[in-house]
Design a protein around this ligand. Sequence first.
Ligand code: HGY
Ligand code: MN
Ligand code: MN
Length: 435
Amino acid sequence: MVNKRQTRVDIMNLFAKLTESYDNKTNLDRLASRFHALSEIGATPDFGATRVAYSPEDRQAKELLKGWMREAGLRVREDAVGNVFGLLEGSRPELPIVLAGSHIDTVPNGGHFDGVAGVLTALEVAQRWKEQGYAPIRGLEIAAFADEEGSRFHASLTGSHFMMGELDLEAVKHYRDDNGLSFEEVLRADGLDAARAHEAARKPDELHGYVELHIEQGQVLEKRGLPVGIVNGIAGPAWLDMRWTGRASHAGTTPMGMRSDALAGAGEFVAVLDSLPEAFSPTAVATVGKFDVYPNGSNVIPGEVKLVVDVRDIDLGSRDRLIDEIVRVAQEIAARRGLQVSCDVNIKIDPTPMSPLLMACIRQAVEREGLPAFELTSGAGHDAMVIGRRVPTGMIFVRCLEGISHNPAEWASLSDLAVGLRVLDDTLKQLASSP
Ligand code: HGY
Ligand code: MN
Ligand code: MN
């Protein structure tokens, strides 16, 4: 019996797929082979990737990345919360450095480009500078931020928040993963000492700028036939941890009028949620992606449902008014059904505009590619929205297939990644070569 998983991975060899249509193979084999190598860590039966933060797979991917960074001649370190950095020294080490990167952790059964594209292209830039003997004035540091996706504790952007001093142990002491483990227990199992988490904080004036290349995770570039775009702002996400409580009881003996069915209430809430955002703004979105039923037995009326509501908008006011309405609707449904509902706001991040200075650098790089300088907004959250609040930050979007993301079918062509790489290289040179 042929191993189904092995067959699928063989057939879907990422290196072969990436390079098959690329006309200038010699330059990007290393990049393509690194996408492939990472795709095999946490590979899922349908050729996705599951590298949840602080898991053995996440650790394996970080150690592989650190090896590549050392190969590239970078000075490698990992901070106390698991952010990985590789520094290419500048000729004037006293100057604030330029930071570039993204993340390599994934959502459960995610794709192979979300985050990874930003880390691997930034590493490729630094390695090429080293190989070409190009010494920037400012250091260039490549970053892979820990727990960007928030798949472990249902609160995302952990590493970049700690780096910006916006999280500390007190703020995460209530974090629990799905096994009930605390932040400190999870980090300890990953060989990290959470007691030193405060050491991850860096002063904003240490950083001259931050640039993140990322797949668009939407269809705007694809519809316009453009390989890259310039991000002008990032929508602000909020995650509401809801707990619906009724009373578990026998499915056969409990008359319909005498139930406290947590799932019936939560289900009605999710159905109503679907129609709320459009009443607040054309760019507002609300999603329930995580939904756990307890005790989850076929003949048991659910006593409890835990769910997370993901609410986003580029407009802060309408997003916050939508949050208030979501909570009000939940409370009204719970009251009518004799249920309890609790709602904890796990993350609430303001929309972040990108730095006009960095957008100008990216625009110049895009125009040097002979491409139109098209600007767009990011509906997805990124480490750039945390860093961008206090450090000049820019993002380069790369076209992705049908906007698919957080899905094994996520795809960006090597040709588009090559354009993104050249734009990133040009942007970073502009930033790192000026005192
Ligand atoms: O959720 C997001 O927008 C990102 O993928 N972490
Ligand atoms: Mn993501
Ligand atoms: Mn991402």
